[in-house]
Design a protein. Structure first.
Length: 168
């Protein structure tokens, strides 16, 4: 009988840690998110890498991500894209990073470097710098919370040109 002992914590961690490689990889993938048969969003990417063995499983989209968000009538209500996407499947949220753009049906455009779509709450948010361009306004801020349609939003630390409409 032989007993083997290892005093090196690094060696133990290497043996016991979960692998950090993609368990699945796909090119030209479109994921459809729905609830009770109603499509909520479609996410497309040129490359998706699924890391199912991670402590917090996720899908990485390192070559860009595009998202189309749908209203209850199944019409596209907003469209987003970014250089990088990460979808966390357990918590059901998508992180979009670098050169993020979000456009609603009116043509209002949000630009930022970091944006999160919460699938369950149907909300988008960021705590980073945002720039919103509408047909007649340019608004800056240091964060945003919005519905996924990007039609109702609240900006933190607002700066820029804002026109207020008179109440009739």
């Amino acid at each position: 009988m032989a007993f083997i002992s290892c005093n090196d914590d690094v060696a133990i961690k290497k043996v016991t840690q979960k692998p950090s490689f993609a368990t699945e990889t796909g090119e030209g993938i479109t994921l459809t998110y729905s609830d009770s048969g109603i499509v909520k969003a479609k996410i497309k990417s040129a490359l998706m890498q699924h890391f199912s063995m991670s402590q917090k499983p996720y899908t990485l989209m390192p070559k860009g991500v595009e998202g189309s968000f749908y209203d209850k009538s199944q019409v596209i209500s907003s469209y987003a894209y970014a250089d990088i996407g990460i979808y966390y499947e357990r918590d059901k949220y998508l992180v979009m990073k670098q050169n993020v753009k979000l456009i609603n049906v009116k043509g209002d455009t949000l630009s930022t470097e970091y944006l999160v779509w919460d699938e369950v709450k149907e909300k988008i948010f960021t705590d980073k710098f945002v720039k919103i361009r509408t047909s007649d306004q340019l608004i800056y801020g240091d964060g945003l919370v919005s519905n996924q349609n990007f039609t109702e939003y609240r900006i933190t630390n607002v700066k820029g040109v804002i026109k207020l409409k008179k109440k009739e």
